[in-house]
Ligand binder design. Structure first.
Ligand SMILES: [Zn+2]
Ligand SMILES: [Zn+2]
Length: 166
């Protein structure tokens, strides 16, 4: 058996900090304890010792945990659950273009990307207020400093900006 200790800056994906914690692995015919440790924790641990005594687990008040290698619903330290993977965004929504108003029958008029625009917005292009009943797009504008802003456009203003006569 080998004893593996963790130090400051090491943590489990559940968010638990592993400084002053240790885990153990047994050698077997196929893999050494060290190989098993690397397989699960990569190089993100501190020291290997042949015994708990040499690691000083009692002296330093270290916390033992059994590394979880069998239950995929638990994190590696076994204390929590791994963070849920973010759901794949809807491929239509991901394109970043929404539309509002009544459908005008274009392919962009997908019900999944239809939104109701609240009052108080102006068109990005002509700066006139958008009114109930207007049709248009909400377009993601990417700015290196500000990140992504979604700004509404009149449908016709947007199409004109693309050189499409309306
Ligand atoms: Zn954990
Ligand atoms: Zn406009």
């Amino acid at each position: 058996m080998s004893v593996f200790t963790f130090g400051g800056g090491h943590e489990c994906e559940c968010g638990r900090r592993l400084n002053n914690a240790y885990t153990t692995f047994e050698d077997d015919a196929e893999q050494t304890a060290r190989d098993k440790m690397f397989k699960v924790w990569e190089p993100k641990w501190s020291m290997e010792y042949p015994t708990a005594e040499e690691a000083g687990t009692e002296r330093f008040g270290m916390t033992y945990f059994e590394t979880n290698t069998t239950d995929p619903a638990r994190c590696r330290c076994g204390a929590g659950t791994p963070p849920a993977a973010a759901p794949e965004p809807d491929p239509v929504v991901r394109t970043g273009m929404w539309w509002f108003g009544e459908s005008w029958g274009a392919p962009i008029c997908d019900p999944r990307t239809h939104i109701v625009l609240n009052s108080g917005h102006e068109c990005f292009a002509c700066k006139r207020d958008l009114h109930e009943g207007d049709r248009g797009f909400v377009v993601a504008h990417v700015d290196a400093l500000e990140g992504v802003a979604r700004l509404p456009w009149h449908r016709d203003c947007f199409l004109q900006s693309l050189g499409i006569s309306v």
